[in-house]
Design a protein around this ligand. Structure first.
Ligand SMILES: [Fe+2]
Ligand SMILES: [Fe+2]
Length: 252
């Protein structure tokens, strides 16, 4: 096995014996291609060729700019939207690289993306918790066996880290004020189960297939547990009560 077929990501959990696939690789197994399309076109929200993604971005831009407390926050919101448009373009291109039309006139992705953004705290939690899930996806893709995806994962991960950190900092600022703290605590109960549900069902046949092909390195449940372990201390640091991990969950 030549060096180029061995994954290079030091954070990789998938072992080095998995085969990497390039764009137009004639040896790509049909099941591999099928799961890549399932992952990116039918399971991943970022895709500029899906009109529902445009609606989602418009909703985030609307709430982000409407409720931003100051110019600095508005600038950050505009920057986040710009990056998400870029992500949608990148993912559409990668779907095309598999010989698949990225156009899909259907809502995809987790229900968290359809939850209403009705206040600045909603926007802050959306970035702090929901974009943070995107960060874990980016880290996952770093070790992807599909080269075009592995190549962009660094940038995606960096951007999502910025979104998640911005959201957390907005919340950190909001909880200094008693009203802000009360609202942040209440809305944490809205966003926390939605964030945990984003990782999908623990017992999913597809999850194991993804791992088998090296498309994903961790199962849904492994990734969710890592997320909980990382985020709980951040919430405790700002003295918020973390809701029960199983309360109000839709996918266990
Ligand atoms: Fe993104
Ligand atoms: Fe994001």
């Amino acid at each position: 096995m030549t060096e180029e077929f061995v994954r290079k990501n030091p954070m990789d959990t998938r072992g080095s014996s998995l085969r990497m696939f390039k764009k137009d690789d004639p040896q790509m197994p049909p099941e591999y291609r099928e799961f890549m399309i399932k992952l990116l076109k039918y399971g991943h929200v970022e895709n500029n060729a899906n009109p529902y993604y445009k609606v989602l971005l418009a909703n985030i831009a609307n709430a982000g700019l409407r409720y931003a407390p100051d110019s600095r926050a508005m600038t950050i919101e505009a920057e986040i939207i710009k990056q998400e448009v870029n992500h949608g373009q990148i993912v559409a291109k990668i779907i095309s690289s598999l010989g698949e039309d990225p156009f899909l006139d259907k809502e995809v992705g987790q229900y968290a993306f359809r939850m209403p953004l009705e206040s600045w705290i909603d926007v802050a939690w959306f970035h702090g918790l929901i974009d943070r899930v995107g960060l874990y996806v980016g880290i996952e893709w770093m070790g992807s066996t599909y080269e075009p995806l592995a190549e962009v994962s660094d940038q995606l991960e960096k951007d999502e880290y910025f979104h998640a950190t911005a959201g957390y900092n907005f919340i950190k600022r909001a909880v200094r004020d008693p009203d802000g703290r009360k609202q942040a605590q209440e809305l944490l109960h809205k966003w926390w189960p939605a964030a945990l549900d984003m990782f999908g069902r623990s017992k999913s046949k597809n999850s194991e297939k993804y791992v088998k092909w090296g498309i994903k390195g961790k199962t849904n449940e492994d990734l969710r547990q890592q997320y909980i372990a990382d985020v709980v201390p951040l919430l405790e640091r700002i003295e918020l009560d973390v809701p029960d991990h199983l309360a109000n969950r839709q996918y266990l």
